[in-house]
Ligand binder design. Structure first.
Ligand code: FAD
Length: 511
């Protein structure tokens, strides 16, 4: 018996659990995989430390930060040393160049590629976004809770919100309404669509304006730097687990939850695959995706309409991955940590095999690879359809052949950065939507819900089944790490006494 069971140790689940533990609740995280972290888990082969997923972080190396993930780390009192950098490489149809976060450098890129008129448009967008960015951060998600207590916790921010009221209204709906009013230049439009796709898995027409405003607040301010946790995404996961355990919480790995137990019309615990039952006094929180959570709840205990609506939520596509451990002898010395490769803007930013991301984090954190080596993760971000892979036998020749042909686009992208890459590999791991589905326990290996900001809202954290709440990338717009950390905080806050919630806000510098 425990107070709260959290199903899943993704960054959303760990953020929620660690904060609950800080609030003094007895919390147990049950993770199906043998490694914690979900999409952000790390794994090691022959001394190479791989990030399975995220590698692009910001707002983690200073406090108070607008990044809810940093706020969680502050609230649970753990450190996360980061290295900083500001530049990434682009391999776009327009050519090869580097670009940086910060207020001005993108204008230098624009002058070269598009001329002064494009710079004027970008500057105008920056002017339009500045007050919107302020509005986007006026109410930190850390203040949110889903009960009447929000009057107090959110109320503290009311004066600031009132100052930004008009702009807050502009943040609802999709970003393209703002973009269309300012930007005509086709390259900038493509660029913004790309950034939106990386944020939400959707182009500007589907991406929430608040998400983009938050990014502008974070990336395009003077002097800003990007962060990378020393030790990779595994270090982030370890920091959250450290915080959880420091406050008395428990993480149990290799514990697949088969069913949520319902008694007296209330979620009261879970049954594991091995038959063991664990009961929760206060709540069961699912960090599994919206579709995977439905599979855990007995058919008759949720209203049919709710089940049908949730099941019908459209999903983003999945991923192809290349994880490589390479010999770095005589490599170019000016390699960047990250690259974005776009093959053809005309295909549309969400087209399969069109956008490829490359991460070489050992460039800035040599601890990730043996001396003289590099660790590389190449992936097609949420644009690999699941359907052609569905039902394939993973040991079949057909599967091997498909892997080979669908991975080719990633090799070709990497050859634009390291021409002799194929002869340097000491470890080569190719991941498909089936790998993604299997290791991340995610429905159809999806990136997350494809909910267009123009038409709908994310499912949120509550369910019609008392005692069952949800956190993670199915619940809060943005999908990335800041969004899932925010989702975990909101659920934890809701289960905590208001006094503790207010004390937490004070401790992390938000009051
Ligand atoms: C390749 C890739 C690159 C990315 N890059 C970035 C980036 O650079 N920056 C960024 O901010 N975001 C990035 N993201 C997005 C970010 O990583 C995810 O949105 C986030 O990690 C999802 O966290 P989560 O808590 O919602 O869920 P998940 O990570 O999916 O975790 C859910 C957990 O629940 C467990 N689980 C599921 N069902 C059960 C069950 N029945 N019993 C027990 N356990 C269960 C799973 O095993 C998993 O550990 C990237 C994602 C991917 C895939």
């Amino acid at each position: 018996m425990t107070d709260v069971i959290v199903i899943g140790s993704g960054i959303g689940g760990l953020s929620c659990a660690a904060l609950l533990a800080r609030y003094g609740l007895e919390v147990t995280v049950l993770e199906s995989h043998s490694i914690p972290g979900g999409a952000a888990h790390a794994f090691e082969r022959q001394g190479f430390k791989f990030d399975s997923g995220p590698s692009l972080y910001s707002g983690l190396s200073y406090s108070p930060s607008v990044n809810p993930l940093r706020q969680v780390l502050d609230a649970i009192g753990v450190d996360l040393p980061c290295v900083n950098y500001d530049t990434w490489g682009c391999r776009l149809p327009e050519g090869d160049f580097n670009t940086s976060v910060g207020g001005d450098q993108f204008c230098e890129v624009l002058v070269k590629l598009r001329g002064e008129d494009a710079v004027k448009e970008w500057r105008q967008l920056q002017r339009v976004m500045t007050p919107l960015a302020q509005a986007a951060i006026a109410l930190p998600p850390a203040a949110l809770r889903l009960d009447i207590g929000a009057a107090l916790t959110v109320g503290k921010f009311a004066p600031l919100l009132a100052q930004h009221a008009t702009n807050v209204l502009k943040l609802t709906g999709s970003f393209d309404r703002i973009m269309n009013g300012v930007i005509r230049d086709p390259f900038i439009r493509n660029w913004l669509n790309l950034l939106c796709f990386l944020l939400s898995g959707l182009p500007a027409s589907g991406t929430n304006a608040a998400e983009v405003a938050f990014m502008f607040a974070d990336w395009y301010k003077p002097g800003v730097m990007l962060d990378y946790p020393v030790g990779g995404s595994g270090a982030l996961v370890n920091a959250l687990v450290e915080g959880l355990e420091k406050h008395g919480g428990k993480l149990i790995l290799s514990s697949h939850v088969e069913q949520i137990l319902v008694e007296g019309k209330r979620a009261v615990g879970v049954r594991l695959r091995n038959g063991e039952e664990i009961r929760a006094r206060r709540a069961v929180v699912s960090n599994a995706s919206v579709w995977d959570t439905l599979k855990l709840v007995p058919e008759t205990t949720l209203p049919a309409k709710f089940r049908t609506q949730r099941q019908a939520i459209p999903e983003c596509d999945s991923f192809m991955h290349l994880h490589l451990g390479i010999d770095a002898q005589n490599l170019a010395t000016d390699l960047a940590c990250h690259y974005i490769v776009v093959n053809d803007w005309g295909l549309g930013i969400t087209a399969p095999q069109n956008v490829i991301l490359v991460s070489i984090p050992s460039i800035i954190d040599p601890s990730l690879a043996p001396p003289g080596k590099h660790v590389i993760h190449v992936y097609t971000p949420g644009n690999e359809p699941y359907a052609p892979w569905e039902g394939m036998e993973r040991r079949s020749r057909e599967y091997e052949e498909k892997k080979r042909s669908r991975a080719e686009v990633m090799w070709q992208a990497l050859e634009r950065i390291i021409p002799d890459i194929r002869s340097r590999c000491e470890i080569t791991l190719v991941g498909t939507p089936l790998t993604h589905e299997r290791f991340l326990r995610r429905h159809r290996g999806t990136y997350g819900p494809a909910i267009s900001a123009a038409v709908g809202l994310f499912p949120g954290h509550s369910t019609p089944l008392p005692g069952l709440m949800c956190c993670g990338d199915s619940t809060f717009p943005g999908i990335g790490l800041p969004a899932v950390a925010a989702s975990g905080m909101i659920v934890a806050n809701t289960l905590a006494p208001i006094s503790q919630h207010l004390a937490m806000l004070k401790d992390i510098g938000l009051q």
